[in-house]
Design a protein around this ligand. Structure first.
Ligand code: HEM
Ligand code: HEM
Ligand code: SF4
Ligand code: SF4
Length: 402
């Protein structure tokens, strides 16, 4: 099967230019794989006719698991038999995406045996994605990977494979051990990950700081973002060094601070820490001059999602500060309460952020046992309002104070 089966003049255009080309990569896989070969044929046809020929449908998977494999098919199986089935297998990635080359070879060798040879490292879900195999091969694939210690990731209405930034493994800005938190949550929610029982998907992403390398704030139903309580330590001599090297401190730092809490008179930099929102901008720009201090922990934010049914959302603050240390008991319990409230209050296919918008913060906060706080207001003059209940007034009357 070393010969290219299909003429692909339109795809060939995409090999020109200086960029890496997915066409070149599929051609490499096509030397050995009928599936990759017919992928080229079908995609070329799509470019010609401007129509898509991939279809969803059917439930495929492996015994004992409700997710981890996404069923895909060609709607032109006779013309392109190699892609009659084109299922995707999600492999749960290690925290922070660290692999040895040996591990990567192992993954690819197994995949070459059963699949198209095409991978997506990594999918935007976080998982290591193997693209294109048939229904028959699934059990064998699962047996080979799981016997070597790999597991499938999440798919469908389930806990999705949690993901995190590289955190303390390589990054001085990590306020929390994002890798360990991610690993512990993945273990804690194994059942929820492999047996879809939720109204819809639930994603947890953990970043060690607000630079937010996994884009938790935009992509996760629960975004865990490391932060600190103390003041930003300022090394004035280093501030001067940045100025000497040509940094326009007023334009690049002072005016870019979202809470306008930095001042600089050409000699000394001052930060009003009470106003600082811990956004990391100044620290990321002036690494040598500024660093966080004091107690470390995380802010928990909720609700982000892409626009599928209704518009996209960014996560907003639910818990302004939580200490996160093993075994993360408080965090795990909080997540279980969040999911329970969501499960009870949502319609099918509603993400938790949408349900909070519909049902309001009060019901949500009561269910998870987190007190209301001004930090939870999404933006000024936008609800959620916290309405008073009769008991609240009774407290006032009886005790003379709230
Ligand atoms: C001379 C009389 C008044 C003036 C000039 C005035 C002016 C204003 C202005 C400019 C705002 C908007 C504030 C903002 O957007 O930041 C506002 C808000 C409001 N006003 Fe008045 N107001 C007056 C009397 C009243 C009275 C008599 C009431 C109620 C009995 C009232 C109830 C409210 C309420 C509930 C809001 C919304 C507050 C919020 O949600 O932040 N106002 N008023
Ligand atoms: C059937 C009666 C009423 C209806 C349907 C109604 C409806 C509304 C709506 C849709 C808004 C805008 C809410 C928003 O932008 O989030 C609003 C705002 C407001 N209404 Fe009413 N309203 C009614 C009666 C009243 C009465 C009787 C008062 C005062 C005595 C009042 C005072 C206000 C004020 C002050 C605002 C501005 C709130 C803010 O900006 O935060 N409304 N109302
Ligand atoms: S999110 Fe922060 S802690 Fe994590 S890798 Fe990025 S900069 Fe470092
Ligand atoms: S971390 Fe962000 S909010 Fe805080 S002082 Fe620096 S730029 Fe301003």
């Amino acid at each position: 099967m070393s010969k290219k089966k299909h003429e692909t003049p339109l795809l060939d255009e995409l090999k020109k230019g200086p960029w890496p080309s997915f066409v070149k990569e599929i051609e490499k896989a096509a030397v050995r794989s009928e599936t990759a070969n017919d992928t080229l044929g079908q995609v070329e046809k799509s470019y010609r006719t401007r129509r898509g020929y991939w279809k969803h449908g059917g439930i495929v998977g492996v015994l004992g698991y409700g997710g981890g494999v996404i069923g895909r098919y060609s709607s032109l199986p006779e013309e392109f038999p190699g892609v009659k089935f084109f299922h995707t297998v999600r492999i749960n990635q290690p925290s922070g995406w660290f692999y040895t080359t040996k591990a990567l070879r192992e993954i690819c060798d197994i995949w070459d045996k059963y699949g198209s040879g095409l991978t997506n490292i990594h999918g935007s879900t976080g998982d290591l994605v193997l693209l294109g195999t048939d229904t028959e091969s699934l059990e064998a694939i699962f047996a080979e990977y799981s016997s070597r210690g790999w597991d499938l990731g999440g798919s469908g209405s389930a806990m999705r494979t949690p993901s995190c930034c590289i955190g303390p493994a390589r990054c001085e800005w990590a306020n929390i051990n994002s890798l360990e938190i991610n690993y512990q949550l993945t273990q804690e929610f194994q059942d929820e990950l492999h047996r879809p029982a939720f109204p819809y998907k639930f994603k947890i992403k953990t970043s060690g700081c607000a630079v937010d390398c996994v884009a938790a704030i935009a992509r996760a139903d629960l975004s865990i973002i490391g932060t600190w309580k103390g003041k930003i330590q300022i090394d004035q001599a280093e501030v001067q060094n940045y100025a000497k090297k040509g940094m326009n401190i007023n334009a690049e730092i002072v005016n870019m601070c979202p809470t306008q809490c930095i001042s600089y008179d050409g000699k000394e930099m001052k930060i009003d820490d009470a106003e600082c929102s811990r956004c990391m901008h100044c620290i990321a720009k002036m690494t040598k001059a500024l660093r966080p201090s004091g107690e470390r922990g995380a802010t928990l934010l909720m609700g982000s999602k892409a626009p599928i049914v209704v518009g996209s959302l960014l996560s907003w603050v639910i818990v302004p500060f939580i200490k996160l240390e093993p075994p993360y008991k408080e965090l795990k319990e909080l997540i279980r309460k969040m999911i329970e409230w969501w499960d009870e209050n949502s319609k099918p296919r509603e993400r938790i952020g949408e349900v909070i918008e519909i049902k309001g913060m009060r019901s949500f906060l009561e269910a998870i046992g987190v007190p209301p706080s001004p930090a939870q207001v999404k933006w000024p003059r936008k609800d959620p309002f916290i309405f008073f209940k009769d008991e609240d007034f009774e407290k006032v009357y009886k005790k003379g104070k709230y």
